[in-house]
Structure formats: C-alpha cells, structure tokens
Design a protein around this ligand. Structure first.
Ligand SMILES: C[S@@+](CC[C@H](N)C(=O)[O-])C[C@H]1O[C@@H](n2cnc3c(N)ncnc32)[C@H](O)[C@@H]1O
Ligand code: SF4
Length: 330
C-alpha cells in the first residue's frame, strides 16, 4: 500500500534575489529585489524538515538569482547534510573558485548543476554575455571552464559520488558546440550534460509542430494573459497526460520553493494558488501538511476540476511536458 512517505519531496531554496550575470534568455531576471535570505531564520525554519509527512529526497539551492552570491552556503549545506540524500546547487560557475568548491564538497554538497551554454567564448557570449564586452565575456568563460575542471578534480579527491552536471541551452545557435561539449565534459569528468530547450524559440515551436503536440505552445505564448482559460487546450493536455499516467505537473512537490523572504511555494512558479505561507512565521511542517497543498497535489493527479488558474497556464510545466514527449532534432 502506498503511504505518504512514497510521495517524494524536493525543496529548492532561493537564497539571493540577485545575479552576477545577465543571460539574454533568462526567464527570471525581471522579478529580483536584491534581497538575501536571513541565515538564522532559514536554519530555524529547516530544523524539523525531516518531520514532514512526505519523504524529503533533495534540497537544491536555485531560484531567481545566483546561489553562490550567498556567503553562508557552505555553512547551511553542512547543517542540511544529514537531512536529505541530495544537497545541490545550480550556479553559473563564475564564483565557483577551487577554494569554494572544496568548502562546498567538504560541507556535504553532492550535486552541482553548472549552467553554461556553448563550448567557445563566442557562443557563451551570445547566450550569457549580456552587458559584457567580448573580451570580458571571454575572460569569464575561461574562468568558468577552469572552475569546472578544478571542481571535477576536487570531487575525485573529496567525494567521488558527488554529481557534476552542465545545463546547456540547446538552440540553432548553440547546437554547433553541443556534441563537442559532450566529449569535452566527459573527458574532464563531468557526469552529465542536460539540455534545456529555450522557451518560445522558433526551434521549440517547430519541434512541437513536428511532433503533433503544438497545442502545448499556447500557454507559453499567453503567459501574460491570466484571465482567459482555453478549455479546449486544458482538456487536450489532460487527455495527453492521462494517457501516459503522469501528473499534470512534474514540479509541484518536486521543486517546492523557499524564497529569500521565507515564502513557501508548492513549485518553482510563484502564483497565489501555489503560495503555502511563510516559513519564518509558520512551521514548514504545518505548511507542507496543509489542506491547500494536499488539494493542489490532488488536482494535478486526477481531480482536474480543482486545477488552479495559474497551473492551467503555466509555461514551465508545459515546456517540461513538451520536452519530455517531443523528439528534438539537433
Ligand atoms: C534561473 S537559473 C538560476 C540559477 C543560476 N543562476 C544558474 O544560472 O544556474 C536556473 C536554470 O534555469 C535555466 N534557464 C533560465 N532561463 C531559461 C530559459 N529561457 N529557457 C531554458 N532554461 C532557462 C538556466 O540555464 C539555469 O540552468
Ligand atoms: S546566471 Fe542564472 S539567474 Fe543569472 S541571468 Fe543567467 S540564467 Fe538567469
């Protein structure tokens, strides 16, 4: 019999609402306020994280900014070490110096996702070099690559089981470097290169059309429009997901998010309906065990009449479904 502990949770912490890069494609750059999480309050909030009724499988530092700007990251990682099997961070790699890599590995961080697109300063600059001259972008690119190499070497000495992954945005403009990047990263010891498809790009739409799932694009295109819900679209999406026996959204519960202000959301998208409360003023256990969360999970697993409006139009979930089911030609 399935129990609550079979439903596995992932919690993402968004420690800083600021970034040291200005990637052209970044979907989250518009909502930053420069705030940094209060470490003392965060640690108090996370103290009872293992008393949740669901099993906690991972804690990741990510969100709308660059987690390595958060100076207490090694200390907080050390405090969380025994609480989840995976403690990881997303990073653009710029601040991932050998010194910081060593501290993070020693504090128990065992998953690194480094977001770097292109295997040349030229392509890197096209995607991630916003506001930088070409020589500045080249210097940063070289720093990131040196940092990744050093991280791989340190991982081999400190914790061989730690996973190092690259997040690579795959488009027409970056595909020429893609296969080269696979052999290069394999050689230096990276475990995995994860491709991401750029939302709303021409290539993305072409591939959806080619796979006969172009209806998925509706929501991504109409993200701003929150009042009208395309019922036909939603019912097609439900049929589509039901046939595969999957949740309408892979992120609710898997990528719950705590913002730098302590607000807890059921997933990485911040809608009223996914807002569960503030972990600095209420107990995390209470918020995760709440009726609101249970109802939200139920609505995505078959109780479709209850699906919140925000989720009906969520571009993140639909881009995932599109990537999951479409074959992207590269
Ligand atoms: C928003 S960033 C935050 C953490 C960190 N600053 C980083 O870049 O890894 C998290 C991930 O979202 C990805 N991302 C941002 N905008 C995207 C977009 N428009 N399409 C696909 N992935 C995107 C980034 O490449 C990165 O891997
Ligand atoms: S480094 Fe990450 S958060 Fe910063 S602009 Fe790039 S994708 Fe966005």
């Amino acid at each position: 019999m399935k129990t609550d502990k079979d439903f596995q949770l992932g919690i993402s912490i968004d420690p800083v609402s600021a970034c040291n890069l200005n990637c052209y494609f970044c979907t989250v750059s518009g909502s930053r306020d420069g705030s940094i999480v209060n470490t003392e309050k965060l640690l108090i909030a996370l103290e009872n994280i293992n008393d949740l009724r669901y099993h906690l499988k991972k804690v990741f530092f990510t969100g709308i900014g660059e987690p390595l700007l958060y100076k207490d990251l090694p200390d907080v990682t050390a405090k969380l070490k025994s609480k989840a099997a995976t403690i990881g961070t997303f990073t653009n790699g710029v601040l991932l110096t050998p010194d910081l890599s060593e501290k993070l590995l020693k504090s128990g961080m065992n998953a690194f996702m480094i977001s770097v697109t292109g295997l040349s300063p030229k392509i890197f600059s096209m995607f991630q070099g916003g506001n930088l001259t070409s020589s500045q972008a080249e210097k940063l690119y070289n720093t990131i690559q040196d940092n990744i190499k050093a991280l791989c070497e340190l991982r081999d000495k400190i914790n061989k089981d730690a996973l190092i992954r690259i997040s690579y945005i795959l488009t027409e403009d970056s595909k020429s470097d893609f296969f080269k990047s696979l052999s290069y990263y394999r050689e230096i010891g990276v475990n995995h290169v994860q491709t991401r498809v750029l939302l709303n790009s021409e290539h993305y739409y072409e591939q959806l059309e080619a796979n006969d799932i172009s209806f998925i694009k509706n929501s991504a295109q109409n993200k701003e429009e929150t009042t009208t819900i395309d019922k036909d679209y939603l019912s097609r999406l439900i049929t589509f997901v039901k046939d595969k026996g999957e949740s309408l959204c892979p992120f609710v519960g898997d990528s719950m998010q705590i913002t730098s202000h302590g607000d807890l959301y059921a997933c990485c998208e911040r809608y009223d309906e996914t807002f569960l409360g503030n972990v600095f003023t209420n107990s995390l256990v209470e918020l995760v065990n709440s009726e609101k969360f249970e109802k939200l999970v139920g609505s995505l697993h078959g109780n479709y009449d209850e699906i919140p409006n925000g989720c009906r139009k969520c571009a993140t979930a639909q881009s995932f479904l599109a990537i999951h089911y479409a074959k992207f030609e590269i």
